[in-house]
Each structure stands twice: as structure tokens, then as C-alpha cells.
Design a protein around this ligand. Structure first.
Ligand code: FES
Length: 574
């Protein structure tokens, strides 16, 4: 057995004592030959395959392709499953379990004989949870994004995951389509393997990891069903072996400059508001200072270049055929740090130099962008002392400066019970306020911030109103929706003190969100405010989460998970 002192897997497989016997012998029951224990890099393939995460259900095949690349480069691949979070099925919300999954990933990597890791990511939360966990260990790490579905096709029209669900549902409520049409659209929307193919959170996360430098160039947009995704998987497997040999660890890639690049790229692609929470949480693990204001300062002056739903017209398949993320990165070169190192060992600017755009309808030029200034606006005011966010490219321009009467829903049950009541005292000038949907209050900060409009408003042909909550919004959704209000209502934030009939002012240009009542009245209401106590707070993971989760402006990670514990484990198991 060759001694490869530099590899951590040697601490397991390189031992000549009783422990070495144990570590190797049980692995041999899988038919592992001697030479796999000769000191070659052991590559963990961290797989979020699950039939309950339909967006990642093709990952068993993909992992086999990654292994081919690992073998080819002289590595020893070991695939392991981790908690997989499916956005569509998991109740009460996948976000509640992002931090739990990250703990699973972190300890699975740290506790095992792994020298480098491939993260197989797809559905929304599977990307941040894996990157957070891996960042807290610090090994060479490469991300293999699973890819979007092919475009939805319905009655000769392209339809987008999520975006068209909201649209069809509103059309159904307004009486514009039949129930039969509504059900027929289901199979037309999700017609291949892969994740949501709008610029929803999954696509945003794939672009996030590519712009951070954690994937091979061009990885994000390749559809899951395209054979070139398998080529990417193969090359990813090859590359991680080299990364181990070069000791190209994740902290060498995730620098402050890489985060700044990612914020700017996210603005140019019209990425999801969920990007803010996840990127902040990743920064917290790797030890990079990132503040909510960075997203506005760095991103809000960046032009919108990508014409994808929900902000625009096209879908991820079109994005790939138009040239993909490399075109965006190349066009933004005067805004980016072009010398940040990526997983292939080269600077991001150099990687994307050869990119060419094949369709300017899908990817606009920087000289003629779709919107001059995109990005995410961070609002402040007495209603959001720590900030709130809005995505202007998905909002109605006329509503970006608006003053309206609050119609308050105390929680999601109250909203569901009353929103379609014909007697609800509301018109289109009102501001809909939803409380107790933040990290602690729901718990888990679900994607309900884009709450549907009352049926009686939809029947008038109105499609947007100002909505405010401490929750999140699906990346596939749209509207003049103020999200992530912090501090949340459940911890005594001002949002929890809003009453029906209060006037609320939104001014996106001035970055202002204001509850128009006197300080004295606010103080009086605060004195009488009582926290809600959720039944779930008493035990288990959810109890732990409620106790330790931080506010959304800090990434909604748990306080004790910030930072990293590294990759060293001093004690053996027997
Ligand atoms: Fe999985 Fe949208 S539901 S990516």
C-alpha cells in the first residue's frame, strides 16, 4: 500500500493496524480491488437522488457518469446519499429543512474517508444545503448541477414551471379557463427529467454556483435531457480528481470577490429573490462578510440581460441554445472581478472569453439591455428595520411607488379563509399584508409571499397588487411583492403590529417601506403585542430550528452552524 501522506483518506485506508483492517475489509464486500486502496484520491459523490424530489430523480444515472470520469482520472469514487429536499412535496416547506440537510452533508463528508467531493444538485434547496455543508468542511469541492427540464409545451405555446401554475390558477379563478384545461396543463408543463426551467430558484442556484466558480464553465443552463449534460458529469468527475491533487479547496474559490461576481450575475439574469438568503447563508459558512445592502449596492445598477420567465419570455432550454451563462459573464466583464479562480483552476474571465451569443432575443447585449438597472432592491423603514426585498424586474412599474390601505391577514390560515370572501373589504389600491410566515413564525419561511389576489379583484381584470410579508416567494413567481421583511412578525417586528386600515407607503426608488402611524401609537401597540407559541417548538429538529434560526437578512441559517469545523476528525471509531 503506497503511502500518500497528503490525502486524508490515507487516515483510513492507509493504516496497517486493526483500524485499517476494519476500514478496508468492509469496503471490500462491494468488490473493491486492492489497487483502489493504493493511495489514490477518494472522491465522494454526494447524491440528492430521490423519487420524492422529482427534479433530482435522474441523479442515479448521472452519478454513474461522474464515476466514469473519476475512474478515468485515477480516482476512487464513492457515492453516498444525503437528505434530499423536494420543493413541491415537502411540507410545511423545504426551506425548513435546508439547514438540517446542510448538517447531514457536512457530517457525511467530514466523517468519511473523502478527499474531494462532487455535489449533485438540482431542486431549489438541494444546491444551497450541499454547498453550505461542504463549505463548513473545506475540501476540494465541485458542483454538478442536474439541469433544467425541457420547455413546457401547451396548446402550441411554451409554458414555464411555476410561472404558468400561478397564471393558470389566477385564470381559473377569474373564469378565463376551464378546470379541464387546468388539469391538462399539468403533464404539458413537466415533460422531461430536470428541475424547473424558468429562472426560478433552481435555475438561479445553478447560475449562482457557476458564477461563484464552483462548476465547470457553462454547466448551469444545459438541460437535464441533453446528452451534453452527461459529458459535463463525466468531465466533472475527471476534474475533481485533479482538484484534489492541486489542493484546490472550496475556500480558495469562494472569496469575497466571487460573491460579488455572483450578485452581479444574478442581477443580470433576473434571478430569484431566494438567491439573497442562500448566498448569505453560504457566505456565513465560508467566513465571507456579506450584508443585505451588498445585494442592492452591487446588483441594483446592473442591467437585465436575460429574457427568461418569470421576468421575461423564454426558458432555460432557450438560454442554453443562445449560449448560456458564459455569454452573460463575458458581457458583464467590465463589472466583474475577472481573475477569481474557478474549479478548473482558471480565472472566470478567461473561461468565458470564447462565449458567443446565438440569439439576442434571449440574451440582450449590454449596450441594449432589457432593463437598464435590474437586481434586487433592499427596502428599509419602520416596517422593515433590518430590511426587506423586492424584485423590480418582476413587479408592475406603476406600483413601485404606492400608498395604500393595509388589509391584514394574521397568518396563512386567516389568508386562506378570507381572501376569496366576497365581503372582504379590499380593492386594488389596498396593500395586502401577511404576517407570521417568517423563519420562526411559520416555521421555515415558506414561498407564500406572492399570495394570490382575491377572486373579486381578479374578476375585474386586475393582475397585480402590492403585497408585503416576512415570507419568501417562489423564484418562478412575479408581482409587486415585498418579501423577507425583517425582523419578522413572530419576533416582534413592526410587521406584526400592522392593523387593518393603516396606511403603508412603498417607494422602491427611495428604498422606503413605511407604516404611516405615529411613534407613540407604534410603541403602544408594541406594549400589547404577544408572541405566538407554535406547538412544533417543543421538540425535535423543528424545535431546534425555531430556537436557533437567524433572521432572513442574515441568511436564515442556525446561529450554531455559522463558520466551519474543518475536515479533521481526531478519533477513530473502534
Ligand atoms: Fe424542483 Fe422547481 S420544484 S426546481
Amino acid at each position: 500500500m503506497k503511502k500518500e501522506k497528503g490525502l486524508r483518506s490515507h487516515e483510513w485506508f492507509g493504516k496497517k493496524d486493526k483500524m485499517g483492517f476494519i476500514y478496508r475489509s468492509w469496503m471490500r464486500n462491494q468488490g473493491i480491488p486492492d489497487h483502489h486502496f493504493d493511495g489514490r484520491p477518494v472522491i465522494g459523490i454526494c447524491n440528492t437522488w430521490s423519487e420524492l424530489t422529482p427534479c433530482n430523480a435522474h441523479f442515479r444515472d448521472f452519478a454513474e457518469v461522474v464515476k466514469r470520469g473519476v475512474y478515468e482520472a485515477g480516482g476512487f469514487p464513492v457515492e453516498f446519499p444525503v437528505t434530499s429536499l423536494g420543493e413541491t412535496l415537502l411540507k410545511p416547506t423545504a426551506m425548513l429543512f435546508r439547514n438540517l440537510a446542510s448538517m447531514d452533508v457536512e457530517e457525511s463528508i467530514r466523517g468519511n474517508p473523502i478527499d474531494g467531493v462532487v455535489l449533485m444538485t438540482g431542486c431549489d434547496k438541494t444546491t444551497p444545503s450541499l454547498v453550505m455543508g461542504a463549505a463548513s468542511v473545506g475540501l476540494p469541492t465541485i458542483v454538478m448541477p442536474g439541469g433544467p427540464m425541457l420547455n413546457g409545451k401547451y396548446k402550441g405555446e411554451d409554458i414555464g414551471s411555476g410561472t404558468h401554475v400561478w397564471k393558470f390558477h389566477e385564470d381559473l379563478k377569474a373564469g378565463n379557463i376551464t378546470e379541464e384545461d387546468f388539469f391538462h396543463a399539468e403533464s404539458c408543463m413537466s415533460r422531461s427529467q430536470g428541475h424547473c426551467m424558468t429562472m426560478g430558484t433552481a435555475s438561479t442556484m445553478a447560475c449562482m454556483v457557476e458564477s461563484l466558480g464552483l462548476t465547470l464553465p457553462g454547466a448551469a443552463a444545459i438541460p437535464a435531457a441533453d446528452s451534453r449534460k452527461k459529458v459535463l458529469a463525466h468531465m466533472t468527475g475527471r476534474r475533481i480528481v485533479e482538484m484534489v491533487k492541486e489542493d484546490l479547496t472550496i475556500e480558495k474559490i469562494l472569496t469575497r470577490e466571487a460573491f460579488e461576481n455572483s450578485i452581479k450575475v444574478n442581477a443580470a439574469i433576473g434571478g430569484s429573490t431566494n438567491f439573497i438568503i442562500h448566498l448569505t447563508a453560504i457566505a456565513g459558512r465560508i467566513g465571507v462578510e456579506l450584508d443585505l445592502s451588498d445585494f442592492d449596492d452591487l446588483g441594483s445598477k446592473i442591467p437585465l440581460l436575460l429574457n427568461l420567465m418569470p421576468s421575461g419570455k423564454f426558458l432555460m432550454e432557450d438560454f442554453y441554445y443562445a449560449g448560456g451563462l458564459p455569454v452573460i459573464i463575458k458581457q458583464l466583464k467590465s463589472h466583474l472581478h475577472n481573475d477569481t479562480i474557478t474549479v478548473n483552476g482558471k480565472p472566470i474571465g478567461e473561461n468565458n472569453k470564447p462565449a458567443e451569443c446565438y440569439n439576442n432575443e434571449v440574451i440582450a447585449t449590454i449596450d441594449e439591455p432589457l432593463i437598464e438597472e435590474a437586481g434586487i432592491a433592499v427596502l428599509k423603514g419602520n416596517l422593515a428595520e433590518n430590511g426587506a426585498v423586492i424584485k423590480p424586474s418582476a413587479a408592475t412599474p406603476e406600483l413601485m411607488q404606492h400608498k395604500g390601505r393595509a388589509v391584514v391577514f394574521e397568518d396563512i390560515e386567516d389568508y386562506n379563509a378570507r381572501v376569496n370572501d366576497p365581503d372582504l373589504d379590499i380593492d386594488e389600491t389596498c396593500v395586502m399584508v401577511l404576517k407570521n410566515v417568517g423563519p420562526k413564525g411559520y416555521p421555515g419561511m415558506p414561498e407564500v409571499g406572492n399570495m394570490g389576489l382575491p377572486t373579486k379583484i381578479l374578476k375585474k381584470g386586475i393582475t397585480d397588487m402590492v403585497r408585503i410579508s416576512d415570507g419568501r416567494m417562489s423564484g418562478t413567481a412575479y408581482g409587486t411583492v415585498v418579501l423577507h421583511v425583517s425582523p419578522e412578525s413572530a419576533v416582534g417586528g413592526t410587521l406584526g403590529l400592522v392593523q387593518n386600515g393603516d396606511m403603508i407607503e412603498l417607494d422602491v426608488e427611495q428604498r422606503r417601506l413605511h407604516l404611516d402611524i405615529s411613534d407613540g401609537e407604534l410603541a403602544e401597540r408594541r406594549k400589547n403585542w404577544k408572541p405566538i407559541v407554535l406547538e412544533e417548538s417543543h421538540r425535535g429538529y423543528v424545535g431546534l430550528y425555531i430556537k436557533h434560526v437567524e433572521q432572513s437578512n442574515k441568511g436564515a441559517d442556525m446561529d450554531f452552524l455559522k463558520g466551519k469545523s474543518g475536515s479533521v476528525v481526531k478519533r477513530d471509531s473502534h
